[in-house]
Each structure stands twice: as C-alpha cells, then as structure tokens.
Design a protein around this ligand. Sequence first.
Ligand SMILES: Cc1cc2nc3c(=O)[nH]c(=O)nc-3n(C[C@H](O)[C@H](O)[C@H](O)COP(=O)(O)OP(=O)(O)OC[C@H]3O[C@@H](n4cnc5c(N)ncnc54)[C@H](O)[C@@H]3O)c2cc1C
Length: 307
Amino acid sequence: MNDLIIIGGGPAGVAAAIYAARKHLQTVLITEDIGGQSSVSEGIENWIGSPKVHGQELAKMFRTHLDAVKADVVRLALHERVESLVKNAEGFVATTKNGNTFNGRTVLIVSGAGRRKLDVPGAEKFENKGVTYCASCDGPLFSNQDVAVVGGGNAGFETALQLLAYAKSVTLLHRHKEFKADAVTIEKAREYPNMRILPNTEPMEVVGEQFVSGLKYKDKDSGAVEELPVTGIFVEAGVLPNTGFAAGLVELDAVKRIKTDPHNQRTSVEGVWAAGDCTDELYHQNNIAAGDGVKALEDIYLWIKKH
Ligand SMILES: Cc1cc2nc3c(=O)[nH]c(=O)nc-3n(C[C@H](O)[C@H](O)[C@H](O)COP(=O)(O)OP(=O)(O)OC[C@H]3O[C@@H](n4cnc5c(N)ncnc54)[C@H](O)[C@@H]3O)c2cc1C
C-alpha cells in the first residue's frame, strides 16, 4: 500500500513527486512519459529560471531532478496508462492498460490534456496524410510547401513560427476575430512576409486524392467558401482533459475537467486531489501546473499525517 498514487508525469506530476520524495511519502508515479505536453515545443521561454529551453530538454531536466531525489521513496511506473481508478475500503486502486494494479491511501490526478481533433469531413481520412497534430514531429516533411495552421491560441501561433522556418507559406485560420495568443507571439509571426492570418474563418473540409491538396473554409464575414491550396494542415484547436478514467469517481465540469478547490487542489472525493491541465484551473501553463502540483502535495502530506 502506497501513501500516494500520482497519475501523470508532466510538470504537475513531477513537481509533486519531488516534494513527495522530500517528505518521505511512499509514492508510485504512474505515467506514460515524463515531460508532458510541452515536450514537443521547440522553445519554452517562460519556465522560471531558464530564458529558453527546448521541450525535450525540459523533460530531461524533470527526469534528472526526479532521479536525484526519488531514492526508494518514489517508484516510477513508466509507459503505463491508467484506465480505471476506484475507491475501496483501504483507499484507491488504479489499473493500467497493461493490466497492472497499484494501491494507495491517496491519489493525485495530474493527467493533463490531449489535442482536440479537427472535426470536419476529410480530417480523419487524411490524418497523417497531410493532417497532423505535431508540428515539431512532422513540420520538416513540409519544407518549401504551402501549409495551414488551424487555431489562433499560443499553440497555433507557436506552430506557425516553427513552420515558417522551412515552409513556403503558412496560413493561420482562427474562428474568431480576436486571437487568444500573446500579443508578442502574434507580432513575431506577422513579421514574416510568407505568413498570412485569416481571422473569423471556419474550416469546412479537407480535400485531396491520396494526400491533402487543400482546405475549404468559410469566411464568416462574407459567408463565402474558399479553398486554400495547401499540402499540410497543422491542427492546434485546443485540448481535451485526460480524465476518462476518473469520470466515475470525481466530479467533472461541463467540459470534463476535474473540479478542484483552488485553495488546496482537493476534488469532490476525500483522498483524491487533482492539479494542472486536467482540472478546472483557468490558466494552463507549465509553471502553474507545477505550482498547483506542489500545493496539492503539501495538502496531501498534512492529510496523511492527520489520518
Ligand atoms: C505545443 C505546446 C507548447 C506549450 N508551450 C508552453 C510554454 O511555452 N509555456 C508554458 O508555460 N506552457 C506551455 N504549454 C502548456 C503546458 O505544456 C501545459 O500547461 C502543461 O504541460 C500542463 O502540465 P500537466 O502536468 O498538468 O499536464 P501534461 O503536461 O499534459 O502532462 C500529463 C501527463 O500525464 C500523462 N498521462 C495522461 N493520461 C494518463 C493516463 N491515463 N495514465 C497515465 N499517465 C497519463 C501524460 O503522459 C503526461 O506525462 C504548451 C503546450 C503545448 C501543447
């Protein structure tokens, strides 16, 4: 029986695991990987203490820090995906896709979020045939080609900036007139002559024969449907919380994020905490996820000492 099960190895999970090790809480960290969502980023410029760090480098730093402190207190269950989490008389049991089970008196859910898919005709058919969800993985395949980015948040503009390094042109489509991305990131993208930005547009259909040859979209001002001749479509249309395994246990909000008390990261179930992008926290950033993971751990420690 562990004191604590941590589910997820992003900034929230790793920060909590480091604190758990220092407080000698017998912990199992169950995760598919160490690093989390921004591991694919070419450059993270707001991780406190580092002006710029590659996402994979940050993931390595997390692992190094964890290895330095975990001793025999925090056990890693890597490449494991939790599929169910249930309560029993002693605490909680997490079961993974590989059929392994882990017991703990308390649980911290830090399973983050994944990509929202482009939901238009042709998007599924052409996935990995021009439609992609990872610019740093697939971007170089589109050297000297015309590509589109769907999404006007930070992830959309960061993706556009990565692609501008090698694509012939980048056209970014966004559903609304106002962008969600930081002004400084938008300005950086606007400086490129081969960058085109189409606000207030709606993707309608991905077209092609064997591979993508275009993206049909609607201009919401005029109502006209146009076709962009592009061979690559990079989707950055938001995220979906990884909370399916917890849905029967803790209370979720309308968009399936775990409801938490922002004072201490407690969920609706005693003995279960949640932090980071899987929660109804308003702002989704590495530093916030790490901070909320630490906040949860402090509260878990006091709870365990009390019970
Ligand atoms: C491309 C990109 C660039 C970004 N750039 C920045 C940036 O520059 N600065 C910034 O502050 N933020 C950035 N963000 C946002 C930031 O990455 C997130 O806010 C942060 O990663 C959230 O951390 P987390 O620990 O809550 O979850 P995540 O990072 O999503 O980590 C979740 C972890 O849980 C694991 N997991 C998921 N489901 C399960 C399961 N069922 N069983 C076991 N393990 C599971 C995953 O494998 C992963 O290890 C970026 C995001 C993206 C996508």
